[in-house]
Write a protein that binds this ligand. Structure first.
Ligand SMILES: [Zn+2]
Length: 181
């Protein structure tokens, strides 16, 4: 769903002083991206912010945490979808949402935010680590892992597919057509 979205930020997050509040979702991978620079920028313009550290069950149990350069932090369990949605819905109008995390987590949080009525302009996303992309086979409707090649062999029906740039949100993959000759 994040594919080709305007919300994806490649460099640094953009700080907008007009925003009333910033809601930040991060995971352990995202922390080094938001601190100290981004958090420092928010503090210098005195925009209120809230950081929610998204953790999986294993991380909640372990106590090997990344040191934090800010005080206002809360922890959220990634499987606690109800609480995450509740938090998203209770924000004021004019809240800017920032997501800095692994691509997988970013994808998940981004779709929850859209479900809760956020527009792409209200969300900035910075994904980290490996990005998993798929090719959708037009012949058997199976998804195959995408590499950087022009063609990919469907892992289900073995058809050689030509990978297009056309992304299907519904199929969650780039369309792949059977290669002729
Ligand atoms: Zn196939």
């Amino acid at each position: 769903m994040l594919e080709n979205s305007r919300s994806v930020v490649k460099g640094r997050f953009k700080v907008n002083p007009a925003k009333r509040k910033c809601l930040i979702f991060s995971d352990n991978e995202g922390l080094s991206y938001i601190q100290p620079l981004f958090i420092g920028a928010l503090e210098s313009i005195e925009t209120p912010y809230e950081v929610h550290l998204i953790k999986n069950y294993k991380e909640i149990l372990s106590d090997t945490d990344t040191p934090l350069s800010f005080e206002s932090v809360k922890e959220l369990n990634i499987f606690d979808e109800r609480n995450i949605k509740q938090l998203l819905k209770e924000q004021y109008m004019g809240t800017q949402l920032y997501i800095a995390s692994s691509w997988k987590t970013a994808e998940y949080l981004f779709s929850l935010a859209l479900d809760c009525g956020y527009s792409e302009e209200e969300i900035q996303v910075h994904g980290l680590g490996e990005k998993t992309e798929y090719v959708f086979c037009a012949k058997c409707y199976n998804l195959t892992l995408k590499d950087n090649e022009e063609n990919v062999v469907c892992s289900n029906c073995n058809t050689v597919l030509v990978v297009t740039h056309e992304y299907s949100k519904l199929r969650k993959g780039y369309l792949g057509f059977a290669k002729t000759n």
